[in-house]
Write a protein that binds this ligand. Structure first.
Ligand code: ADP
Ligand code: MG
Length: 347
């Protein structure tokens, strides 16, 4: 569906995207995850035909984005980092305008605009000026415009940045709904976001892909073992004897228990074996009652940190502050479409 090969983007001496290749298969929600400055927006801008690459190729449904941009772009709906909203229009006017700009046939326009407004729940604010909408609603307008023209692929660059927690939940729900109908690629510097909505994760760091796998496989990536927490009512010595008799437990640690007569343990177990049944029955045989047993998810956060060798939280905050310091709504207010090539502006 999307085929990215050896894509490189250099800004002067700075290599923002460094020889990356990946494929996007239909029908899934993909997460492009990486700290700020990793090259996510650059990658997305190139894939969507908004920015030229230094090297490499991108094919969308077989169309080369550089050689057949019209055909390729028709397959994609894009919500850039700074949504290109005309804030003096109402959502309805704006969406009608975008539909026309995208070449949606006149008769189909009304139906399509109605459909995307329904899906993004914009009917209630249909005739208000975009300028007066909350950031959450503006983002819905942004997603709605990306859907016009009925593209197969929706690409969203940091769709929840700057939203409050309630808006974030709503936009995530909307993205999940979108994922049932379309192939979705979203970028984020927030791990929790990607793990909450995406099935497949591409982790990018310093312009390079450092992981490209399903969320589930990524969870297995770093640690070859699982951690099991158990609470057992009984004699410590008996419990330990039982535990030591079970094959597949690599190590155990006794935790402090908050409940008298109950002992808690943290067990490191072989990843592939599910020892829960064995533990349960072995304990029961010795009349020790397993009152809780829980698998600890291997922390994706630690994978992310290992792979990107950065503290994403700290870095994200720093960069975010730096990036947004002098940024007001100017870009949005001015009604300019998002810069397709910021090179001149920033250099
Ligand atoms: P992300 O979206 O992951 O935060 P970007 O793709 O925006 O990362 O940026 C990747 C790198 O390219 C960063 O080092 C950034 O400073 C640089 N960069 C991005 N846009 C430009 C530009 N227009 N001119 C020069 N450098 C840029
Ligand atoms: Mg970005």
């Amino acid at each position: 569906m999307i085929e990215v090969r050896n894509l490189t983007k250099k800004y002067g001496l700075n290599t923002a995207v460094d020889n990356i290749s990946f494929d996007i298969e239909p029908g899934k929600i993909y997460g492009l995850l990486g700290p700020n400055g990793a090259g996510k927006s650059t990658t997305m801008n190139i894939i969507t035909g908004c920015l030229a690459a230094t090297e490499g190729s991108v094919k969308i449904n077989g169309y080369d984005i550089f050689e057949q941009p019209l055909e390729a772009k028709r397959c994609i709906g894009y919500l850039p980092e700074i949504p290109p909203l005309y804030t003096e229009m109402t959502p309805y006017e704006y969406l009608m305008f975008v539909a026309e700009a995208k070449g949606v046939e006149y008769e189909a326009t009304f139906r399509q605009v109605k459909e995307v407004m329904e899906l993004t729940e914009l009917e209630g604010v249909r005739d208000r000026l975009i300028r007066n909408l909350s950031k959450g609603y503006r983002q819905r307008v942004g997603i709605a415009q990306a859907m016009l023209g009925n593209p197969d692929i929706i690409i969203l660059d940091e769709p929840t940045v700057g939203l409050d927690p309630k808006q974030i939940i709503e936009i995530r729900d909307l993205i999940r709904t979108l994922g049932e109908m379309k192939t979705v690629i979203l970028s984020s510097h927030i791990l929790a976001e990607v793990s909450a909505v995406c099935e497949h994760v591409i982790i990018i760091s310093h312009g390079k892909i450092v992981a490209n796998d399903t969320l589930q496989n990524l969870n297995n990536y770093v640690s070859p073992t699982d951690i099991l927490h158990i609470s057992v009512r009984g004699e410590h010595d008996v419990i330990v004897e039982v535990l030591d008799s079970i094959e597949g437990i690599i190590s155990r640690e006794t935790l402090t228990s908050s409940e008298p007569g109950v002992h808690e343990y943290r067990l490191e177990v072989e990843k592939e074996s599910d020892l829960r049944d064995a533990i349960f029955f072995a304990m029961a045989e010795k009349r020790c009652a397993v009152i809780a047993m829980e698998r600890e998810e291997s922390s994706l956060e630690s994978i992310f940190l290992t792979l990107t060798d950065a503290d994403p939280a700290a870095e994200a905050e720093d960069n975010y502050a730096a990036e947004h310091e002098d940024e007001s709504d100017d870009a949005a207010e001015s009604g300019e479409a998002v810069d397709t090539d910021r090179e001149e502006d920033e250099n």
